[in-house]
Design a binder for this molecule. Structure first.
Ligand code: AR6
Length: 195
């Protein structure tokens, strides 16, 4: 079921939402961070999350770095949310765009899949995602939107059982939101999606 006005799409018992906003303001179980493989903080959404969440997130990232040396592209780790309204931050590392023939699509798929798998393993209900890799890492937004939305809708259709009740894409600008909305409508029409 797709509600174009609310940009809301129901897959089984889980709502998929597209909205414009700042992900650091989300009051959910977890927000996903587009991090780097050293979990060292940076600019973009990563910088905003560290800034809003305070030093606890950095400290937890440091412990993960010490234990496992960071987080390779396509994988995900979880920390508490510190001062954020979100209880947890799931840090994933998207691919750096190198023209499209360096395995970027599969790595981006893995980033979304592993982030949601970690949310499911952690028993979470409400999760918000940014548009991974489409800022400093240079992935073209229209291509990234198709990868993100096919992966997330496929995941919610296949993986069971889970407690997830809401997965929201929180997109920073109206332009990005419009691209995601067009791609989602196209996926819904093409696949004749049945909730
Ligand atoms: N809320 C939601 N989306 C945001 C926010 C926000 N507060 N701020 C930015 N975006 P980027 P990447 C959007 O560059 O491409 C960092 O330095 C932004 O408009 O944050 O995966 C890391 O440390 C864009 O659409 O992430 C890595 O080194 C999207 O988030 C590197 O950047 C992703 O842009 C990761 O690059």
């Amino acid at each position: 079921m797709y509600n174009a006005l609310m940009k809301k799409f129901l897959i089984k018992n889980c709502a998929l939402l597209l909205k414009q906003g700042d992900i650091t303001k989300e009051k959910v179980d977890a927000i996903v961070n587009a991090a780097n493989s050293m979990l060292a903080g940076g600019g973009g959404v990563d910088g905003a999350i560290h800034e809003a969440g305070g030093p606890m997130i950095e400290e937890e990232c440091r412990k993960i770095r010490e234990m496992q040396g960071g987080c390779p592209a396509g994988e995900a780790v979880i920390t508490p949310g510190g001062k954020l309204l979100a209880k947890y931050v799931i840090h994933t590392v998207g691919p750096v765009w190198q023209g499209g023939n360096a395995g970027e699509e599969e790595l981006l798929r893995s980033s979304y899949r592993n982030s949601l798998l970690l949310a499911v393993k952690s028993g979470l209900y409400f999760v918000s995602l940014p548009s991974i890799s489409t800022g400093s890492y240079g992935y073209p937004v229209d291509q990234a939107a198709r990868v993100a939305l096919t992966e997330v809708t496929g995941f919610l259709n296949k993986v069971r059982p889970y407690k997830l009740r809401q997965v929201s894409f929180v997109l920073f600008s109206e332009d990005i939101l419009n691209i995601y909305r067009t791609v989602l409508e196209d996926i819904v029409v093409r696949s004749n999606f049945q909730p």
